[in-house]
Design a protein around this ligand. Structure first.
Ligand code: G6P
Length: 545
């Protein structure tokens, strides 16, 4: 057994989880449960009262957090210690949203000045594109941005841009290309005019196959549609930490926006990787986004655990994964603009906490990161919510909703809100057999039929959920919300003592993919591969099954 699962607190949590009354009873016993189990800060309200916790559970969860020195680990991240031990890197995405007067050291250097210089370079560029001063090769202003990147260099910019749609400036549109499937870029390019299109190529490493291939195809398209080699500088910019590779590739040195090793891909939207966001919503709004995240950083670093939203949410996730055998976690956004957020949190959490060994190499004997999935309310209610209510798996849920709509229209928002709150209530209280039977009392059915139907209508309830509310979806509240989930992910990783900041599983996939590509392209012998891989390669070469 690992020292974690051996600990008294772990054992006590296990006993507490098994003995806890139904949430219905917990609510009935304590009319102040909402007041006691909700926190408001950084423009967000977290209601975690509909969780399987009593005072003892929370005390034990915070005790566990103290026993693994969570406070010290939080401080180590903010201080720039090398907490990504397998890659020898600091983890300082929080520095990207710091204030200019702060001093933050990474490997002996204050990094705040370079962060500020990059923001200033972004401001200059964004203003010149938005105001039409940046001209394409025929002298026309830019109307369309094509953002090319993948993973962290794609999802953050795409989902935040989508979320901030009400803040877009007039006259600029953005298209996101990630997939190496040519259909993706071809469908986008069909709609565009090379004279007024600007490509933003985002790759921290400048070595990602999909991004390089898509960028080369974009360049070919540009050259085939009236642009010359000398015009490329007016239509291609790059964001990368590998300036040498970018200039070798042909990107003009003045068109390169830097980022750094101490920013992980899935934590990078706050850096110049967020350039497409800034182009769409303007630098003031981009800085509001950073400011919202900065507020959450301060909250995470300073609030006591009992009031600390990321700590509470992270510990609840530990509770369900390790003591209630939950294997997935659903994120339900009751806001059209936030429809992409579940996918973003999926990458954030699953790439960070999908690990099986602890920092010291010990194999874990407990579950780590759950499967994160989800979608847009109310759509999911007419589909997979059935399984949330009556399936056999326990799936904790997060409901996220702004109180005010960007598009107030008739009864829409009242209905949206009632659905959101109604779902959390139904999950929590469920429906007993007697309640189901009572609902059928007016029906002319034999008693045996009523009993049978009632059995099918029983919902055990006691299904946990968090509800996160904000006044309105703004750049600042969105920044706080995303930073909340980043830190929630950190908290889980800290309890499990895993490295939440590397991704060796993804790296192996890349390596083997390249090896197969060599064999497919050059018609090299693949016979020493396993029979399945060999056969698939041969079928691909034949082009028919
Ligand atoms: O930004 P890049 O270097 O092109 O990397 C893009 C993505 O590639 C990977 O496979 C990583 O798992 C992601 O975390 C990263 O964001």
């Amino acid at each position: 057994m690992t020292h974690l699962t051996q600990s008294n607190t772990w054992q006590q949590l296990s006993q507490n989880a098994a003995a806890l009354p139904h949430m219905r009873d917990l609510f009935a016993q304590n009319p102040s449960r909402f007041e006691q189990l909700s926190v408001k800060d950084c423009g967000l309200l977290l209601d975690y009262s509909k969780n399987r916790v009593n005072d003892e559970t929370l005390t034990l969860l915070f005790k566990l957090a103290e026993e693994v020195n969570l406070s010290d680990k939080i401080a180590a991240m903010f201080n720039g210690d090398i907490i990504n031990n397998t890659e020898g890197r600091a983890v300082l995405h929080t520095a990207l949203r710091s204030k200019p007067e702060q001093v933050i050291m990474a490997e002996g250097c204050d990094i705040v000045p370079e962060v500020q210089q990059t923001l200033a370079k972004m401001t200059q560029f964004v203003e010149s594109v938005q105001q039409g001063h940046w001209k394409g090769h025929t002298g026309k202003a830019i109307t369309d941005i094509v953002s090319i990147g993948i993973g962290g260099s794609f999802l953050g910019p795409k989902i935040v841009s989508q979320a901030l749609r009400p803040y877009w400036v007039k006259g600029l549109n953005c298209h996101f290309v990630a997939n190496v499937d040519a259909s993706s870029i071809c469908e986008k390019l069909k709609l565009l005019d090379a004279e007024t299109t600007l490509f933003v190529m985002s790759s921290k490493s400048f070595g990602t196959q999909e991004t390089l291939t898509n960028t080369l195809s974009a360049k070919d398209w540009f050259l085939a549609n009236g642009g010359s080699q000398a015009d490329v500088a007016k239509h291609f910019v790059a964001v990368t930490s590998n300036v040498v590779k970018a200039t070798d590739f042909g990107i003009d040195a003045s068109n390169i926006f830097p980022m750094w090793d101490w920013v992980g891909g899935r934590y990078s939207l706050w850096s110049a990787i967020g350039l497409p966001i800034a182009l769409l919503v303007g630098m003031d709004n981009f800085k509001q986004l950073l400011d919202g995240a900065h507020q959450m950083d301060n909250h995470f670093a300073n609030a006591p655990f009992e009031q600390n939203m990321p700590v509470i949410m992270g510990m609840l996730s530990v509770l369900y994964g390790n003591f209630h055998h939950a294997q997935s976690h659903v994120v339900l956004t009751y806001d059209h603009y936030l429809r992409g957020l579940p996918a973003y949190f999926q990458q954030l959490d699953m790439e960070s906490n999908g690990k099986s060994v602890m920092l010291d190499g010990t194999e874990v004997d407990f579950s780590t990161g759950p499967v994160i999935w989800g979608g847009e309310g109310t759509n999911g209610q007419h589909a997979y919510h059935q399984l949330l209510h009556q399936g056999t798996a326990l799936i904790p849920a997060d409901f996220i909703m702004p109180l005010q709509s960007h598009n107030p229209l008739g009864e829409h928002h009242n209905q949206l809100a009632s659905n959101c709150f109604g779902q959390t209530q139904a999950l929590m209280q469920g429906r007993t057999f007697d309640e189901a039977l009572a609902e059928l009392s007016g029906k002319h059915l034999p008693d045996s039929e009523k009993a049978l139907i009632s059995k099918h209508k029983v919902m055990t309830g006691n299904k946990p959920s968090n509800t996160l509310l904000m006044d309105k979806l703004t750049p600042s509240t969105l920044g706080s919300l995303i930073a909340l989930y980043e830190h929630r992910t950190f908290v889980q990783g800290a309890i499990w003592q895993i490295n939440s900041f590397d991704q060796w599983g993804v790296e192996l996939g890349k390596l083997l993919g390249n090896d197969v590509l060599d064999r497919i392209g050059a018609e090299n012998d693949a016979s020493e591969l396993d029979s399945s891989s060999n056969a698939l390669i041969n079928l691909y070469r034949q082009g028919q099954i």
